[in-house]
Design a protein around this ligand. Structure first.
Ligand code: GLP
Length: 236
């Protein structure tokens, strides 16, 4: 594991964007796993700037996102599809048909999960997976549990996750109680993993996840077993 501590969030975003840009330059038709939340927003801003300058080309890139709230479709401004369009896809030269987010409105979420895993397999797996980390150690929406869940699946969100994510909604009651998330297998099978965490509030969970015991009660701790993980942390 490579652990990079930066002084500022701007520096974190710059380094993370450089790693993603390097991946795209080395393999223009790569598959990138993307994340939502506030942590990667600065990284996306940098990637947009690189694309506008002509430094990186997204025309052959495919993306697969980690998760989506159940019941929110892409026109809902709280959905993760909307977030991705708004924070990245609308501003770069990517083919939107090559951007994938699990469908939280699928009538059969178990079938949607199977189809999502099959899609990732058909794409040849993920070359680089970008992750944030929740305060309870979740990655994607893989919440603390008695087991690591392998497949893309529906999940009941933890009370702490609902509280943490309420800042993006009008009030806590509006936060969906369930979500669909990529499982731990597709994440662990990604060739490279890049996790960004910023803010003092994340310090303890980053410490637990990467220097504590490997346990499904801290889902991110499984990343300790991945052969190519880079963590970028800023206390700002
Ligand atoms: C959400 C997302 C996660 C993300 C987490 C942390 O719960 N499902 O993928 O890592 O938020 O978000 P933030 O970066 O805003 O702290």
């Amino acid at each position: 594991m490579k652990f990079i501590q930066t002084k500022t969030y701007a520096e974190l975003s710059h380094k993370a964007a450089d790693i993603i840009a390097a991946q795209i330059i080395l393999k223009p038709n790569c598959v990138i796993g993307l994340a939502t939340g506030s942590s990667p927003v600065g990284t996306y801003k940098e990637l947009i700037a690189y694309n506008k300058k002509g430094d990186i080309d997204f025309s052959d890139v495919t993306t697969v996102n980690l998760d989506e709230y159940v019941g929110l479709d892409g026109s809902n401004d709280q959905s993760y599809r909307y977030f991705m369009n708004d924070n990245l896809f609308n501003h770069i030269n990517i083919d939107k048909n090559c951007t994938h987010v699990p469908n939280g409105c699928a009538a059969d979420l178990a079938a949607e999960g199977e189809a999502y895993d099959a899609l990732i397999k058909d794409l040849g797996g993920i070359d680089l997976q970008l992750l944030g980390i929740g305060l309870d150690g979740h990655i994607g929406f893989n919440e603390p549990d008695d087991v690591f869940v392998k497949a893309t699946h529906e999940v009941v969100l933890d009370e702490s996750t609902i509280k943490a994510n309420a800042r993006f909604f009008a009030n806590e009651d509006e936060v969906p109680k369930t979500a669909i998330t990529m499982g731990m297998l597709s994440i662990m099978q990604a060739k490279k993993i890049l996790l960004v965490a910023n803010g003092k509030a994340k310090k303890d969970i980053v410490q637990k996840a990467f220097f504590g015991p490997i346990t499904p009660q801290v889902p991110a701790s499984l990343l300790q077993l991945h052969p190519d993980v880079t963590v970028i942390f800023s206390e700002e």
